[in-house]
Design a protein around this ligand. Sequence first.
Ligand SMILES: NC(=O)c1ccc[n+]([C@@H]2O[C@H](COP(=O)([O-])OP(=O)(O)OC[C@H]3O[C@@H](n4cnc5c(N)ncnc54)[C@H](O)[C@@H]3O)[C@@H](O)[C@H]2O)c1
Length: 393
Amino acid sequence: MNKKTIRTGIVGSGFSASFHYEALRKAYSVNIEIIGVHSLDQEGGRKYAEKREIRFFEQLDALLGEVDVIHVCVPPIGHEPVSIAGLKRDKFVICEKPMTGYIGDDSPGFHWERADKQVALQTALASIDRMLEAEEKSKGRLLYAENWVYAPAIQKEREILEKTGGQILWIHGEEAHSGSHSVDYAYAARCGGGVLIGKGCHPLTAALYLKRVEGRVRNDKPIRPKTVTARTHALTRLKQFRDEGHIRKDYYDIDDFSMMHVEFEDGTIADIIASDIVLGGIHNWLEVCANNHRAVCNINPNTAMMTYNPVEKNFADIYVVEKIGTKQGWACTSPDEDWVTGYPQEIEAFYRTIAYGEPLESDSRLGADAISTIYSAYLSADRGGAAVEIKTY
Ligand SMILES: NC(=O)c1ccc[n+]([C@@H]2O[C@H](COP(=O)([O-])OP(=O)(O)OC[C@H]3O[C@@H](n4cnc5c(N)ncnc54)[C@H](O)[C@@H]3O)[C@@H](O)[C@H]2O)c1
């Protein structure tokens, strides 16, 4: 195979920029030249570049002048402006989750619990419209980096749906752990909301994706979400919360527990839970109950490997699994966490689309449907769980 060469640049130099870089190194169908990185954090960006022997660009524009693709690895507030800057220069844009959102109203006293959720929804939808319009006018494309779509268990389920023509009746899924490391995460004005968007977007998008696949198989028409009913809670901000030191609890205004009940246009359903109050490591799973099969997609933990360690300190410099509280005793040690999470498969698939035009599974419309569902869910929660219609793309 005559491999194409694609020049790429990374925007942001934090956590996600690191795993994007690792995944880029594993792509095999395309020669990827990682030209450089641009980051608002000049010092961190330079360190990131130095460590990987790539160039640091002070200006986004300068990086855009030298690449075919950018990876948007910045917080949600930057997703729209950075993506649109790339699309305007006809670049392919790989945008981290969530695609965009409502990032507060710039007022110093902004508090998510008091924010008008109708305004939040309309603002997020307007942002989506601008991003989709920029994509429409561009020779590039917006590729939505939802790694759950590319997690091996979800792609296996896609194969089952394609080969058996199954009808999904109910999906339930969850993303949870005991609290994000990020300081910004405590503030809705920096992240577009709380756990419902931050974690809920992952299993939700996987559920939206699988119903799309089902419709695509049956009559080439995706099955879209129609309404959502949701509740959100702030359990660690309850006066009654008894802190034993295992769960993060310094959130300013965000929800740390959320549930969404989605009804699709064919009347079938999905239930998505996301929380920051679950001990024992990250808990990411999705179960599909179809008319002809049932599938439990264990993303993390799973039992590919189990370890028993009698002495905590023996595993001091061994990575076991994301967010595990202790390494003593039995653990579902992940031999290759990036792989079960779908990071390298996502990047490989994106570059096959970019270089050879292969079909794109996680596109901007899937990202847009997820955002629309999420802010409709926040509106529903604000109305005590009343069903809210979802605009789809
Ligand atoms: N798919 C996943 O599993 C996953 C995991 C973690 C984070 N994320 C997503 O990745 C995104 C970034 O999160 P993170 O954990 O890497 O954050 P981070 O704080 O670790 O890093 C963000 C970086 O972006 C830089 N930055 C901020 N605004 C910028 C701008 N406008 N232009 C250039 N650089 C800018 C910061 O200086 C920093 O280097 C978020 O949208 C988050 O939701 C996804």
